[in-house]
Design a protein around this ligand. Structure first.
Ligand SMILES: *[C@@H]1O[C@H](CO)[C@@H](O)[C@H](O)[C@H]1NC(C)=O
Length: 283
């Protein structure tokens, strides 16, 4: 945990409380693990795997992701009736190489949900799965969504599974993208379009770093923030531009983008059923 920056002044009470819980939890874990073989096992280095260069915190916009999900299952947060997903949620904290590639399917201790049992409440809320699909081809593609988010590839910068998830949550709270966009007037809407340049500038002004954006049509699908291995924020510049002083955000978005409102998938299905039965009864 020594590798994490300490929380800056100006955190809201809720953030402080949340982080305190995490820090306390972590201290307990650290004590439990002293003398154990967890860290060693987690970090068994695959020598063919060179260490990554930086981290990408990938955030999903549920309003977009859930429009592309067709199926409901218990793990798909798009089907939640309550707690509408009105904020960017975490997709993953990904180790990346500067050349635009990334390590995957790294060797190491297999994911064990018990290691992060104290975080499950926070993970379900802030790091939910937004589909029923198996998100990975590694290890047979089975298991929980969280299992596939590159924890083992983050070794040795991130010490173990617990450290990985706490670090991602910490960065997510520290860099509140939804809040920054909201303050700049970019809020969920099914009718408004926003200038891409304005959205990127809002993030640059708040965090002094350039994000990466990905869209599906004009709808923002992901916004990614990049970090050095000491978790200081950096530009997500692409390789050839990185040293030239030109800040070039990698985007797959048009010049005007949208942030669609979240609609519960189950609600939508029910509405379809309801309208069909109305139709039948009127015939
Ligand atoms: C982000 O900020 C908004 C206020 O704009 C707040 O409601 C929300 O809880 C914050 N999210 C996190 C993860 O801190």
């Amino acid at each position: 945990m020594a590798s994490l920056p300490s929380p800056p002044i100006g955190f809201s009470k809720i953030q402080c409380v949340f982080l305190s819980i995490i820090w306390i939890g972590l201290s307990c874990m650290a004590q439990v693990n002293v003398g154990g073989d967890f860290g060693e096992a987690f970090g068994r280095v695959d020598n063919r795997q060179r260490e990554f260069d930086y981290f990408k915190l990938a955030l999903q916009w549920p309003g977009t992701a859930c429009r592309e999900t067709r199926r409901c299952c218990s793990s798909n947060a798009c089907c939640r009736r309550s707690n509408a997903l009105t904020e960017f949620t975490i997709h993953g904290l990904w180790p990346d190489y500067n050349d635009g590639t990334w390590p995957a399917c790294c060797a190491g201790k297999r994911f064990d949900v018990k290691e992060i049992s104290t975080l499950l409440g926070a993970l379900n809320k802030y790091w939910p799965s937004l589909s029923c699909d198996s998100p990975s081809n590694c290890h047979g593609g089975k298991g929980l969504f969280w299992e596939h988010e590159h924890g083992t590839c983050s070794f040795p910068v991130v010490r173990d599974e617990y450290d990985y998830f706490v670090t991602a949550l910490y960065l997510y709270f520290k860099y509140n993208v939804t809040e920054v966009l909201r303050e700049a007037g970019y809020v969920a809407s099914n009718s408004k379009k926003y200038p891409l340049g304005g959205v990127i500038s809002a993030i640059q002004n708040a965090f002094h770093a350039t994000p990466e954006l990905e869209c599906s049509g004009d709808a923002v699908e992901e916004l990614r923030l990049c970090f050095y291995k000491d978790f200081k924020i950096r530009d997500c510049a692409i390789g050839s531009n990185a040293g030239s002083g030109i800040i070039n955000s990698k985007v797959s978005c048009p010049r005007y983008i949208s942030l669609p409102e979240f609609v519960s998938l189950r609600l939508e299905n029910n509405e379809i059923e309801a309208s069909q039965s109305t139709l039948r009864s009127t015939i």
